[in-house]
Write a protein that binds this ligand. Structure first.
Ligand code: SAM
Length: 410
C-alpha cells in the first residue's frame, strides 16, 4: 500500500530551541535557513566545518563541542540529526520520538519524522517542495521543481498576480529592443500582473500574446489624433486607467529614457498625482549593433560612443545636434531614427571632416526574426539605403567598430 503523503507545515521558530547534531556539510547547508527563521539553535558536535564555526563565532548558533548525549533533545521543538555516526543518529532519533520532537535525519529519511523540503523565496512567498513518500524521494527533482517555480515567479513566466498587496498605478517599463527574452525580470513580472498594457510599436510585442484574456491591451500606435496629440492621448489613457484603480503598464521599446519620452509621461502622471515606477530597459542603441556583431566600443579602436537622434535633418532649425563637432569625434556614432535622413547626415559629417570611407552599418529590426544588416560607407550609404530598401526601425552605426567583428553573413 502506498504511504500517505507528508503533511506540509510552516514552523514559526523565533526563540524556540532547535537542536542540530553534527557540524558537517548537511548542518552547514541547513543552518542558514534555521538562523533566518530566528530559531534558538544549539549545535552539538566535536568538530564543525569552518563555515559552521564562523556562525558560532558570530553568535548565530550556540556550539557545544562534544558528541551527542542522551537528553540533548529533551527541550527541543525540532531537531536535525546529521552526525557521521549512524548509531548516534539512531539513538538520537529514538530520543526525539520519545519526547515527541519532530526530527529530520540526514542518513535515513525512512526513520525521520520530518523531511526538509526544497525551498526558495520570491516576492514575499516561500516555495517549498516535498515528495509524497520516502521511497519516491528524488532531491534533484524537487530542487528542479522549486527552481522552475521560483524562476517563473521572478521572471513573470509563471503568472500569479498579487491580489491583496498590489498597488495600483503606472509602471513605465523598458521592454528592450524586440526579442521577448530581452526584457528585464522586473518588467516581465509587472507585465504579468497588469490589468492594462499600453504598448508601443517597437519593443517585445510577442509578450502581448501571452497576456491573459482579461488584460486590456491598448496599441499606442493606434491611438487616434495627429503625431503631436498622440502623446497627450497616451498620457490621458494612462491617467484614466490608473484612476480606476488598475495596474497599468506602459510598455516601451528599449529604455524609457532613451528617446522614449518616458519623462514626459512620468511628469504628466506626477501632475495627476498618480504613482509611477520606471523600469529600465535594454536600449536598442547598444543591443541592436551588438546583435549584428558590432561592439559600440573596442579596445584600440573606439574609446567613446555617442548616441544621436536623427529624426530631424542636420539643416533643420529644430535640430539640437552639433553635427560639426560630431564629425570631429574619433569614436562611434550611433544614430537612431535616422534612416530617412541618413543621406543628409552622411553629407554633413563628410563636409565637416569625416572621411567618406568611414564604415557604416544599418541594422534593421535588430534582435527579431527579421533582423538584417546592411553595410556601406559614408560616401555610399544614401544610395545603399535606397537600393537595399532599408526601412525603420534601424540603428545606424558609423565608425571603425563596424569592421572589428567577423565578416557579417551575406
Ligand atoms: C523612438 S526611438 C526609441 C528608442 C528606445 N527607447 C531605445 O532605447 O531603444 C525608436 C528608434 O529606436 C531604434 N530601434 C528601436 N528598436 C529597434 C530595433 N529592434 N531594431 C533597430 N532599431 C531599433 C530605431 O532607430 C527607432 O527608429
Amino acid at each position: 500500500m502506498a504511504e500517505p503523503p507528508a503533511y506540509p507545515v510552516g514552523l514559526r521558530l523565533p526563540g524556540r530551541r532547535v537542536v542540530v547534531l553534527g557540524g558537517g556539510q548537511v548542518a552547514q547547508r541547513r543552518l542558514p535557513a534555521l538562523i533566518a527563521a530566528g530559531a534558538d539553535i544549539v549545535l552539538v558536535s566535536p568538530e564543525v566545518t569552518p563555515s559552521v564555526e564562523a556562525m558560532a563565532d558570530a553568535g548565530e548558533i550556540a556550539w557545544e563541542r562534544r558528541p551527542y548525549a542522551e537528553g540533548d533533545l529533551a527541550e527541543a521543538w525540532y531537531a536535525l540529526i546529521a552526525t557521521s555516526d549512524p548509531e548516534a543518529n539512531a539513538q538520537a532519533s529514538a530520543e526525539a520520538e520519545r519526547h515527541r520532537v519532530w526530527c529530520v535525519r540526514s542518513d535515513d529519511a525512512d526513520q525521520a519524522t520530518a523531511w526538509t523540503p526544497a525551498t526558495g523565496h520570491s516576492e514575499g512567498v516561500t516555495v517549498a517542495v516535498l515528495t509524497t513518500d520516502a521511497r519516491g524521494r528524488d532531491p534533484r527533482h524537487t530542487a528542479a521543481i522549486r527552481d522552475a517555480v521560483v524562476e517563473g515567479l521572478r521572471d513573470g513566466t509563471l503568472v500569479a498576480p498579487h491580489h491583496r498587496t498590489r498597488t495600483p498605478g503606472v509602471a513605465l517599463v523598458g521592454g528592450g529592443p524586440g526579442d521577448p527574452d530581452l526584457i528585464t525580470v522586473r518588467g516581465r513580472r509587472l507585465l504579468a500582473e497588469a490589468d492594462v498594457v499600453i504598448a508601443d510599436r517597437l519593443g517585445p510585442r510577442d509578450l502581448l500574446a501571452e497576456l491573459p484574456p482579461h488584460v486590456e491591451v491598448i496599441d499606442a500606435a493606434k491611438i487616434p489624433y495627429g503625431r503631436y496629440m498622440a502623446q497627450e492621448a497616451i498620457n490621458n489613457a494612462l491617467i484614466e486607467h490608473a484612476k480606476q484603480g488598475k495596474s497599468v503598464v506602459r510598455l516601451k521599446g528599449g529604455d524609457p529614457y532613451v528617446f522614449g519620452r518616458g519623462m514626459e509621461e512620468l511628469q504628466a502622471l506626477a501632475e495627476a498625482g498618480i504613482p509611477c515606477t520606471v523600469v529600465p530597459g535594454i536600449s536598442s542603441s547598444i543591443s541592436v549593433p551588438g546583435a549584428a556583431g558590432i561592439p559600440v566600443t573596442h579596445r584600440g579602436v573606439a574609446h567613446e560612443f555617442t548616441v544621436v537622434s536623427g529624426h530631424v535633418a542636420p539643416d533643420d532649425e529644430r535640430s539640437l545636434v552639433d553635427w560639426p563637432s560630431l564629425a570631429k569625434l574619433t569614436g562611434t556614432l550611433v544614430i537612431l531614427m535616422g534612416v530617412d535622413k541618413i543621406g543628409k547626415i552622411a553629407e554633413t559629417l563628410v563636409a565637416h571632416g569625416k572621411s567618406p570611407g568611414t564604415p557604416v552599418a544599418l541594422v534593421q529590426e535588430g534582435t527579431t526574426a527579421a533582423q538584417r544588416r546592411v553595410d556601406a560607407t559614408l560616401a555610399t550609404v544614401a544610395e545603399t539605403v535606397r537600393a537595399a530598401e532599408v526601412k525603420p526601425p534601424a540603428v545606424i552605426v558609423i565608425g571603425e567598430v563596424v569592421k572589428v567583428g567577423p565578416e557579417p553573413a551575406a
